[in-house]
Design a binder for this molecule. Structure first.
Ligand code: SAH
Length: 401
């Protein structure tokens, strides 16, 4: 920060966050850094209320007490500048140019510090970063995940080849500076793709996964499994989803798009039985382990496309009382929604990370007989314009099975 900037910062409290990052305009990861947090919440509430106008009036948005440095999953891309110095940071918005970043206002601070250390270690180990144009170089990305309650830290080194020179010494040097790291994994991505992680993995230190605690349950998280990036808010999100589900202990519940089984495992204590379905096989593996570790016996996980799975459930005439669903940004497929209409769960709790597809799906479910009873925005992504939401839908009275 320049002296001039810090002067401005003191003069005008609203500029405070903007002064925190000099590359926010190029990066685009925190578009709302110029707004105070109160302004952000007010704007998100307004937008969400407008979107929900045809359905119901939302409850007050659930914001964070301390919104800075909330991201517990941090990703840095590695490359070289024109003088062949190693740089790490983020891709400039809509491009493949790397904007160097050492610390970020929304990323977890220890994670950022570890990325800087990895970068500083590379020359002495003669490890070159990957060059997208020439195809030469070894290190493409570093991904850090940190457990919120446990503090466990996973470092994933994404390489173009499985061989990291002097890997034991590299790990030793990394741990000497960051003894808080609990596991280090090599992930091999040798494809010309924009995906960060490749298929192959090799654990070079620790267990290969981290654990975190949410709503009193322990969850293990592998490099490729989905896990919410803002664990402090995730508890609020899940508690709301469970409040809306209002389970009595007898229901059959489907946790669709269950990831590592988080929502379903937390719900299982209040349900008769829970079924989880998820496409990502690593996440399903984690989900099964998570159920076992938490001694939850009334839950079963399936690896499948949620739409295909639901169609099969409908064909088999399976009874479902409550559908909990947390789809990706694209929302639910047509097949999924048609199968829901055929199975007719009495209650649907819809967790959404994309209000546009949420509204599209709510309209369709409305036509099929469900009414939105309650809705709430949860601020999972401060300093961005993204809003997460939870909605409760119930079957309209008079529409019996
Ligand atoms: N409920 C979980 C995960 C939500 S994210 C949690 O809160 O942690 C959405 C999940 O949907 C991801 O785990 C993703 O792998 C999965 N997914 C994406 N498309 C899918 C599909 N067609 N069928 C089933 N799962 C899918």
């Amino acid at each position: 920060m320049t002296q001039e900037q810090s002067g401005k910062q003191k003069q005008n409290g609203k500029q405070k966050q903007n002064a925190v990052c000099s590359v926010s305009d190029k990066c685009g990861g925190c578009k709302w850094i110029r707004k105070s947090y109160a302004e952000q919440l007010a704007e998100k509430s307004k937008r969400f209320s407008k979107l929900m106008e045809p359905f119901c009036r939302p409850e007050p948005i659930l914001g964070m007490d301390q919104p800075a440095h909330y991201r517990h999953k941090v990703h840095a891309v590695f490359g070289e500048d024109r003088r062949h110095n190693v740089i790490s940071g983020i891709y400039e918005e809509k491009s493949h140019r790397i904007v160097p970043v050492d610390s970020c206002y929304i990323e977890e601070e220890q994670a950022d510090a570890i990325i800087v250390t990895v970068r500083e270690l590379l020359p002495s180990f003669k490890i070159r970063p990957y060059n997208e144009d020439t195809g030469y170089g070894l290190l493409r990305h570093v991904l850090i995940r940190k457990g919120y309650a446990t503090g466990q830290i996973m470092v994933v080194l994404v390489l173009t080849s499985p061989i990291l020179p002097s890997k034991n010494n590299f790990v030793k040097a990394l741990l000497a500076k960051h003894p808080e790291i609990t596991t280090v994994v090599i992930n091999v991505n040798d494809r010309g793709t924009s995906m960060v992680l490749g298929e192959k993995e090799q654990v070079i230190y620790g267990k290969g996964y981290i654990e975190d605690v949410l709503c009193g349950k322990v969850f293990r998280i592998s490099p490729k499994s989905f896990y919410q990036v803002n664990p402090a808010q995730t508890e609020k999100l899940y508690r709301k989803a469970l409040e809306y589900a209002a389970l009595s202990g007898k229901e059959t519940v489907l946790d669709a798009y269950c990831g590592t089984g988080t929502i379903g495992i937390i719900a299982a204590g209040q349900a008769g039985q829970v079924i989880g379905v998820e496409l990502n096989k690593d996440a399903v593996w984690d989900a099964k382990r998570n159920a076992k570790q938490n001694r939850v016996e009334n839950i079963t996980f399936y690896q499948n496309d949620a739409g295909r799975f639901l169609v099969q459930m409908a064909e088999r005439g399976v009874q479902l009382d409550v559908l909990l669903m947390d789809p990706p940004r694209s929302g639910n497929s047509e097949a999924f929604l048609q199968a829901v209409a055929a199975i007719k769960p009495g209650k649907i709790v819809y967790v959404s990370c994309n209000p546009e597809t949420l509204v599209r799906d709510l309209k369709q479910l409305g036509k099929a007989g469900w009414q939105v009873k309650r809705a709430v925005g949860v601020d999972m992504f401060p300093f961005t314009d993204a809003t997460e939401a939870v909605c409760l839908l119930e079957r309209r009275l008079g529409l019996h099975k």
